[in-house]
Design a protein around this ligand. Structure first.
Ligand code: TPP
Ligand code: MG
Length: 564
């Protein structure tokens, strides 16, 4: 058998740990898809459309570390690029692979189908360059190995998406086999001198403070430092708060865990202890309008040390070219034998008011949000992953108490409604051993609903909580108008559409606590496919945090243009 460019790409994907890749077929990628099918241990998983294909790969990357989506030129790739923008925002190495025009057509003056009707096909590559950390076009087999390796290596190092387009006639061309995977995994080490200086600076930042606190940010996982952060917390002894988008990046059963710091919508006691601290070690944070609650809670100034994946800023100094994990290890080393700086943790336990468990609602009373959240909370185990959509589902998920090992996935930087359906599909493909729960608003679901059919196809026992509150409630809280009302669907009934003649998905509508409980029992018992539970609640029945946060974000959005 001839070894080809497509084989090379497929083997590299398998080498970096992919067991699956997501695809939608089209005539520019069909031959490439044939080549990828021939790679041992690499399954081809199909999606209903390319936006979903990109988000599926993004969800897969959340569970598996990296993901790949294969699409056709323009009509496919331009849809997938939205999800690639999301992967960039969310720091996930997703490799977008697009079939491309025949190499003889590039520069020929030919007008081709699926293009904008001009003979210049470079626009897709140009767009991809803005949304990825590496974008390459392969029009000859000779160049393929170096270009493929460059794209994949850069994505893995940067934890950002990469783009590879392959001319449709080049995919089956002969190509050498790839060498060891180490060639694309190897990373430049921290500069030892800068590392020492950065650790010195952070050690004196801590030494000069009596009440330090740690803030875990949403880039911590991409920085590969979740374990290191736990050891740093142990070494320091202080309280540890997480940012909203970093939910589950620090174990909530850890003795130092002090909740979610999110300005006015922090979990009980977290804002008070954060404001009481005299120094904050921010681990891989992202401060945007959402995470700072409309710029009202933005930690900055002399008492803030920023510790990013490759960059440290503290005490008015900046250090580049160091890996966060090396910095943390260095710091832990310095802290050895020193008394614990546990003031914030001690104080947190003093001020924190014990939360009363939410009482079960009257079983036959109309379903309310609090009862819905209480029942979902009851489902969480140490092997549960909750994928929560933009909307009040964010706030419901962030308020959950996570047992050790439970994970929450949020897409708070990109915030594309509908993301969670395909991302849940991709996540479930990557982590079939976990209990996977999706929480999705009705408005969001309408964007990408069809991907539930792929969960049916692959018999994935995902549990979807579809919140039917008849509209875009999060937007109602930020700025209301007729555009926030949506056409109602028979969401539970959709499952029989997706099942058709051979599926085992189940759909239930819950209008009371008792109905929801019954539906959950059936969902847990269904191992042959997804279960969608449509939870019917009132349009304004949302978390109080959404209301407070929405008001702040609306104020930030409404700032008038500055005078010139
Ligand atoms: C692709 C995209 N289009 C529009 C928006 C704006 N948007 C943000 S939240 C939202 C409504 C979400 O409604 P729903 O899923 O029903 O959640 P709820 O707030 O009701 O819980 C919209 C339209 C967006 N974030 N992404
Ligand atoms: Mg809604």
């Amino acid at each position: 058998m001839t070894y080809t460019v497509g084989h090379y790409l497929g083997e590299r994907l398998a080498q970096i740990g992919l067991k699956d890749h997501f695809a939608v077929a089209g005539d520019y990628n069909l031959v490439l898809l044939d080549q990828l099918l021939e790679i041992d241990g690499l399954r081809q998983v199909y999606c209903c459309n390319e936006l979903n294909c990109g988000f599926s790969a993004e969800g897969y990357a959340r569970a598996n570390g990296a993901g790949a989506a294969v699409v056709t030129f323009s009509v496919g790739a331009l849809s997938a690029l939205n999800a690639i923008g999301g992967a960039y925002a969310e720091n996930l190495p997703v490799i977008l692979i697009s079939g491309a025009p025949n190499s003889n057509d590039h520069g020929s003056g030919h007008i081709l189908h699926h293009t904008i009707g001009t003979p210049d096909y470079s626009y897709q590559l140009e767009i991809a360059k803005r949304l990825t950390c590496a974008a390459v076009s392969i029009t000859s087999a000779e160049d393929a190995p170096v270009l493929i390796d460059h794209a994949i290596r850069t994505a893995l190092r940067e934890k950002k998406p990469a783009y590879i387009e392959i001319a449709c006639n080049v995919a089956p061309m002969p190509c050498p086999r790839p060498g060891p995977v180490g060639a694309i995994l190897a990373d430049a080490p921290s500069d030892p001198e800068t590392l020492k200086l950065a650790v010195d600076e952070l050690a004196s930042f801590i030494a000069a403070r009596k009440k330090p606190i740690m803030l875990v940010g949403s880039r911590l996982r991409a920085a590969g430092c979740e374990d290191a952060a736990i050891r740093l917390a142990d070494a320091l002894g202080c309280a540890v708060t997480t940012m909203a988008a970093a939910k589950s990046f620090f174990p909530e059963d850890h003795p130092a865990y002090a909740g979610t710091y999110w300005g006015d919508v922090s979990s009980p006691g977290a804002q008070q202890i954060f404001d009481w601290a005299d120094g904050v070690l921010c681990l891989a944070p992202v401060f945007n309008d959402y995470s700072t609650v409309g710029w009202t809670a933005w930690p900055k100034g002399d008492n803030v040390a920023l510790m990013d994946a490759r960059h440290i800023a503290a005490g008015g100094k900046a250090f580049d070219g160091v890996h966060l994990r090396d910095v943390i290890e260095g710091l832990i080393d310095r802290l050895k034998g020193q008394p614990k700086k546990d003031a914030t943790l001690v104080e947190y336990h003093r001020i924190k008011t014990p939360e009363a468990p939410v009482a079960a609602a009257e079983p036959n009373a109309p379903l309310v949000r609090a009862e819905m959240a209480r029942q979902i909370q009851g489902l969480l185990t140490s092997d549960t992953s909750v994928i929560a959509e933009t909307g009040d589902s964010w706030f419901n998920a962030i308020q959950m108490k996570l047992p050790h090992g439970a994970r929450v996935e949020l897409e708070m930087q990109w915030g594309h409604i509908g993301w969670s359906v395909p991302a849940t599909f991709g996540y479930a493909v990557a982590a079939p051993e976990r209990r996977i729960i999706a929480m999705i608003g009705d408005g969001s679901f309408q964007l990408t609903a069809q991907e539930v059919a792929q969960m049916v196809r692959l018999k994935l026992p995902v549990i979807i909580f579809l919140v039917n509150n008849r509209g875009y409630t999060i937007e109602v809280q930020i700025h209301d108008g007729p555009y926030n009302n949506i056409k109602n669907w028979d969401y539970a009934g959709l499952m029989s559409v997706f099942n058709a003649e051979d599926g085992h998905g189940k759909g239930f509508r819950a209008t009371t606590g008792a109905e929801m409980e019954k539906a959950i029992a059936a969902a847990v018992a269904n191992r042959e496919g997804p279960t969608l539970i449509e939870c019917v609640i009132d349009r304004d029945d949302c978390t109080s945090d959404l209301i407070s946060w929405g008001r702040r974000v609306a104020t930030a959005n409404a700032r008038p243009p500055a005078a010139r």
